[in-house]
Design a protein around this ligand. Sequence first.
Ligand SMILES: Nc1ncnc2c1ncn2[C@@H]1O[C@H](COP(=O)(O)OP(=O)(O)OP(=O)(O)O)[C@@H](O)[C@H]1O
Length: 734
Amino acid sequence: MSDNLQSAYQEEQHKLDSVLQEIGTQLARLRAVPVYTGHDFTEQVLEAGREERRQRLIKSEPEPYFGRMDFEEEGRAAPAPLYIGKTGLDGRDPASLPIVVDWRAPVASLFYSFTGGEERVEYEAPEGLIGGAVHLKRNIMVRRSELERVVDTYTRGGEEPAVSDEFLLYRLGENKDNRLRDIVSTIQAEQDRIIRAEKNTALIIQGVAGSGKTTVALHRLAFLLYQYKEQVSAEKMIIFAPNGMFLDYISGVLPELGVGDIQQRTFTDWAVKQLDAESMLADPAETLDFWFGRSAGEAPGDDAPGRFKGSDLFRGMLDAAAAALESSGAPDLEFSPWEGKVLPYETILHWYADEYRHYSAAGRKERVLARIHRWIEMELKPVKPETLRKEFKKKAAQREKAYAKKWPDFSPLTLYKQMFGAAKDARGILPQEKLAGIPAAVLKSTRKDLKENRLREEDLPALLYLHLLLNGIEGSERFDHIVIDEAQDFSPLQVTVLDRFVRGHSFTILGDLSQGIHAYKGVQAWEEMSGLFGTGETSYHALTRSYRSTMEIIGFANTILAGGVANAIEAVPVFRSGNPVRLIDFGLEAEAGDAEAAGAAAASAAAKALRALWGREHKTVSLLTRTQSQARALHAALQPEFPELNLIDGSMTQYEGGLSVLPLHLSKGLEFDAVVVADAGASRYGDSEWDAKMLYVGCTRALHELWVLHGGATPAFLDASGEWSVPGWPDGEA
Ligand SMILES: Nc1ncnc2c1ncn2[C@@H]1O[C@H](COP(=O)(O)OP(=O)(O)OP(=O)(O)O)[C@@H](O)[C@H]1O
């Protein structure tokens, strides 16, 4: 250890001792106050505040801070050290500077935005821009209240160049378990800009695989809750992610950041609840099996049901259908509660079409019917004698009921069925010529589904959209912020619908077009989404550095993009080197000749790869297949030797980590220390962009080690990967 480092270490040890002592003192004082359990409201509020402080102190004790920055504010005589932690820690004297600054505080942004070269820096405080100079930036690792590591990433006037990546590389080199983790100590400047971006914009983030999109989105939520305390609440924020297992995988980050209660859902789960249509939904696995089970090279086109039903063209049809139903909403009838008394159709129409025009169709119907009811009561009042009034009243009640039935029910499902010719009752004037654009195959399959009362995932956005058009939305149903992860798999219509469910277009929309493997429903360009918002309502950010994988893995994955995906953005690796990727030919092609022998060869190669990789230094190892049925077959073949092997399918809501076998599409968003692609042969993956994207997703799940097995030739887009890979088994094994 150099002298400088030794003295820095001693200095930090000293500081840590004093901070821990302060935490201990504050905790002891709070614990000395008896917990209030009575009914006095003021006392209850005070007790809640004390409990919150107790919990914060307990949480910060093992790791009170992770960084230090010595900042000389302009106008001040000397730099002051700022310690930055996951939660702030105030001194007992309210006038003193905080002992630890919360990472989300404005001044802490300097810690992330400062990269070493800037003479003068500034940050945005509530009182305006504050400028000054940085003298020291230091990473400090404390674990279980012990000082473990001190790394200076910048010293003003220092002889050594800034080594800002050393600490980051140390963190990235660690093995991962079954949970995504927070990155507060190593957030990079480009990520920090996104985390701290203005609340009321739809942020669209294109980030290469492993660029930290999911992680950044979660940190952004924690930031918004801190920065806009008065305007947002955790219960009014929601994260949409692709499946239950992925939600489980990310579920630890927010509590780690001290944030609870944020809803984390799949769009499908949320939408069926909104529509109260749980029982009608077909098993989503059917759709996945259909698309991913197709043979190599057959990419879905724009007429795929999901693409069409999420398109602008279809949205236009939904608008037209809803407008037609709405304008013909009031039945073309006068209302007569008893003989001789008539409420003319013109009056009813005037109420419906003019007086209540600001309400949704269903709201107008409700108001018109309530007004008719009041009109009946008024008209009844002067009727004499009493017996006649009673008779009229009874008659009016019957007629009122019968009349109400003549109104449409403004149910989105009924209208949707009418659009597809699947409803018994074709009430409502539908502009049939406008529906002519529905592709014949989509019309046929959807009509069949709807006649059998079955909905597919791709129907849900359209139904919700109709619901919004016909029934409107209550202010209380709106979210303060929505995060859409893996947004390349969302359709423009889904985002349009969600935009109605959020205040001020407050979105974080993140994804990677190169990972758009659900091409049968997702977008192909971000303009499909940004075009949904007005000027100034949206901003676009690109993340190109990848933090997950070694240089070799990223180099290999980049060649897949270069050879197989048009206009893809290649990832820039952080300088972390590992083993070259292994490309291992096990000889027999999957689909050719003897399928059984080919399956056995693939399983035996997979077993050999797992023997080499599992149980050594890696905590998570996965075997990735193209389809669920291949995963099932490999699981059956390998389980006798690897009883701990988990077979993962789309219905799972927990992610165990360890050793797993799963189809590529379910591995999206996850990461593993080592990945074995089970069979990347040309008979499994064609030369289409879709196939290239699938393999790209699979390969970029690996942190440290990637082995790609294949039976026979590989797809052409792997031809140039030789720079980053070596052929065959290690040590020349056959
Ligand atoms: N600034 C950082 N410091 C340390 N680790 C980071 C940083 N940014 C990202 N990572 C790590 O990189 C990995 C990838 O992050 P994450 O899963 O959020 O990326 P992603 O862009 O959502 O990936 P993908 O699109 O491939 O699913 C995680 O292990 C995360 O902890």
